[in-house]
Design a protein around this ligand. Structure first.
Ligand SMILES: [Zn+2]
Length: 477
């Protein structure tokens, strides 16, 4: 309890700054790889506190590391600060009301994420100093999580070498050390090249890239029946070959994204998609080339670190909500359409028990800490945090910053990401991450076990799922 008290005392002095940073990043609402103002704000806040900044990590202009200390255990917090397109929304407003129509908004709460991790770094700097402890705290500035990511490039560039452990958090609807895994993803552009010709007058001289692209989609649709349940394949036409039916289309571009629980399964499934593309080219006498554009590894919570983190989370407890928070949360919850509201009801019954439905309906904010479960359940989403767990022992905390049942990547999330609810979530996250860091520093055995787990996962060293030739898509995303 002593440690938590000291953390809370330090936080009391820093909290206005942390919330101010969150609010400003929320206002900037910058898209992936363009987070220049958010980057400027965070680096300045850390520099002012004596952190040493390394810029342009992995040749990404808005990525950085900020470190304090130069000996002892080396640990870090991951910060994200990118927004999502077209999710602008007035802060705290529970009816759709964009600040500016069509503009980006923080629909995943990364403003809070960045500020919370900043807070944990600042608190830990003070904690190490006050106790005259050896240790190095690092804030990892990780842009473009919603784009093609940055963490895998940063890990590949060695930014996480020699780091002992990493904590991060994500704005959520629930308080829990993330127990579910996330799946690995790989994205690629497939370009088909054929031969243009008059589709009416000389069709026999044309070779249609559009036919090839459509056959690829047909082939992939057949492939879906013969892949594991948790895998996903999505696609989008970037260039369907033009708007003239009477010209045989000589070039097309289609984007594919493949997801699988494990990187190894991902690579295998991706190869099968490539083979389908080659088959489509063969059938149509066209040529195909592909370029891998992005990939994230799967995220697996580090079970050794999770135990320490879970203990810290319970000690800190859930955010303390008041009547105003509950009222606002309920307004947001009721802003969803009837089928989403029905699914929220089902979720509440499943997660909290039917007997608590009416109570939670009136107060739809998670006010308990759910225990960590060492399970192999997956969400079908993906994150570049996955790559960090293959490089360093890593844990993500989910902390409530939005109403129960809230859907991510919506204007509702943007609206709640700058509110009293989100502020309380941020400050809770700071405490959990700082307390977990202290508990981990004091537990070399847990660090050793956590590192053994990573070694088993990566076979000796982090391997980026991307070929070396793939660089961060700066200016191209
Ligand atoms: Zn997110």
């Amino acid at each position: 309890m002593e440690t938590l008290k000291l953390i809370e005392e330090i936080l009391e002095k820093k909290k206005d700054k942390i919330i101010d940073v969150s609010n400003k990043i929320w206002e900037f609402a910058e898209l992936p790889y363009n987070e220049y103002k958010s980057y400027g704000l965070l680096t300045k806040a850390l520099e002012d506190e004596g952190f040493v900044i390394k810029r342009n990590v992995a040749d990404i202009p808005t990525s950085f590391t900020a470190s304090f200390g130069n000996s002892g255990p080396m640990f870090g917090f991951l910060g994200e600060y990118d927004a999502l397109d077209k999710l602008s929304q007035v802060a705290g407003c529970s009816r759709k009301n964009p600040v500016e129509e069509g503009k980006p908004g923080h629909g995943c709460g990364h403003n809070a994420l960045g500020a919370g991790s900043l807070g944990a770094a600042l608190v830990m700097k003070e904690y190490l100093t006050a106790n005259k402890l050896n240790g190095t705290v690092i804030f990892f500035g990780c842009p473009a999580e919603e784009g093609a990511g940055s963490k895998q490039f940063m890990a590949r560039a060695g930014a996480f070498d020699n780091v002992d452990f990493v904590y991060t958090w994500h704005p959520s609807t629930i308080n829990q050390v993330q127990s579910v895994r996330s799946v690995a993803i790989m994205g690629a552009n497939f370009e088909f090249k054929g031969l243009a010709s008059h589709a009416g007058g000389a069709p026999h001289l044309g070779r249609s890239a559009l036919d090839a692209t459509e056959l690829m989609s047909v082939g992939v649709n057949y492939l879906r029946e013969h892949m594991i349940d948790q895998a996903r394949i999505h696609y989008a036409y970037v260039d369907a070959g033009g708007v003239s039916p009477n010209v045989v289309q000589d070039r097309t571009l289609i984007k594919y994204e493949v997801r699988s629980p494990k990187v190894s399964q991902l690579k295998e499934l991706f190869e099968r998609v490539v083979n389908v593309a080659k088959g489509a080219a063969l059938m149509t006498d066209t040529k195909v080339e592909y370029e891998i554009t992005m990939a994230f590894s799967d995220y697996i919570p580090n079970a050794a670190l999770a135990e320490v983190a879970d203990e810290a989370f319970r000690e800190v407890g859930a955010p303390k909500w008041d009547e105003k928070d509950y009222k606002l949360a309920q307004e947001f919850m009721l802003s969803y359409n009837s089928s989403t509201i029905e699914s929220i009801k089902e979720y509440i019954k499943e997660e909290y028990g039917e007997e608590h439905l009416s109570e939670i309906w009136d107060k739809p904010l998670d006010s308990e800490v759910h225990p960590y479960e060492n399970s192999i359940k997956y969400t079908s989403g993906s994150t570049d945090v996955g790559d960090i767990c293959y490089a360093v022992p890593t844990i993500n905390f989910n902390v409530a910053t939005a109403c129960i049942g809230n859907v991510g990547h919506t204007w509702q999330m943007t609206g709640q990401s700058r509110s009293s609810i989100s502020s309380k979530g941020i400050l809770t996250a700071v405490k959990i991450m700082a307390l977990s860091a202290v508990k981990t520093m004091n537990n070399p055995e847990a660090i050793r076990k956590a590192k053994d787990i990573v070694l088993k996962q990566n076979g000796g060293a982090y391997q980026c799922p991307l070929p070396d030739s793939v660089k961060p898509p700066i200016g191209k995303y």
